[in-house]
Write a protein that binds this ligand. Structure first.
Ligand code: DGL
Length: 257
């Protein structure tokens, strides 16, 4: 048993979609969450910047004595995970591999769409990893740079969100599954499902939560944890959006990364 907390980071509120799934599956684990709101958005930054920001976020979490780090951000997973894994000894989990494990086991998924930030799509990480590990798979990518800023703003269920998603999804061929390759996108899941009713919409947070439950040395805590949520800049809409998602009031603290 390891009673140390799990550390997670994202550029903002998106990683809370992963946080929510982890809380549901292993509620007694204490989580330290860092939203790097000062540097949002990550999706339009260079690989070098994403690596530097990821290192700072990991150092911040290691100072809080976490036992593992979840990169609850598609952009940082696709562009920094390999680099940071070579630097740090602590186990670091990104959103790609647990999702690929799921797809591997579901043989019927052969035509897969990926929607993500510009940086993630540019890195081609999903396609490379999927094709390296699964034979005869077709991958269709689409960058959706407006969605993460809209999610930060709380525009997740209005007319503009509907129209934007319709536009981004319109050119996909028939897909068996669509990966939400940015952790902000599960906030739009209802609209996406409506737009693609015959396609399985994959929320990477669910896959990470399952991975954690079976692979991480969990704590022996008998009660639900009191988590710590830090933001690098508190001048944002985080509380409102997190309330929409988690249906609870959270307390935020300033994190100096
Ligand atoms: N939630 C992030 C991701 O999964 C980052 C979005 C952004 O900062 O642009 O890619």
């Amino acid at each position: 048993m390891d009673n140390r907390p799990i550390g997670m980071f994202d550029s903002g509120v998106g990683g809370l979609t992963v946080y929510k799934e982890i809380k549901e599956l292993v509620p007694n684990e204490k989580i330290i969450y860092l939203g790097d709101t000062k540097n949002f958005p990550y999706g339009s930054k260079s690989k070098q910047s994403i690596i530097e920001l990821s290192k700072k976020n990991i150092d911040f979490l290691l100072d809080k004595n976490v036992k593992t780090i979840v990169i609850a951000c598609g952009t940082a997973t696709s562009q920094a995970l390999e680099e940071v894994k070579n630097i740090y000894k602590v186990p670091i989990i990104g959103i790609i591999q647990p999702t690929i494990e799921y797809i591997k086991n579901k043989k019927s998924l052969k035509n897969i769409g990926v929607i993500a930030t510009r940086g993630t799509i540019r890195s081609n990480s999903w396609e490379i990893n999927l094709k390296n590990q699964i034979k005869d798979i077709n991958v269709y990518n689409k960058e959706c740079p407006l969605l993460a800023p809209m999610a930060e703003e709380g525009w997740v269920d209005n007319e503009i969100a509907h129209l934007t998603i319709k536009e981004y999804l319109k050119d996909f061929p028939k897909l068996e599954a669509l990966i939400l390759g940015c952790t902000h996108y599960p906030l739009f899941k209802k609209i996406i499902e409506k737009e693609m009713p015959n396609t399985e919409i994959i929320n990477t947070g669910e896959k990470i939560a399952k991975y954690i439950k079976s692979n991480i040395d969990l704590s022996g805590n008998k009660e639900k944890s009191k988590d710590e949520i830090y933001l690098t800049d508190t001048e944002c809409n985080f509380i409102n959006v997190s309330h929409k998602l988690l249906k609870e009031n959270i307390e935020i603290m300033k994190g100096n990364v």
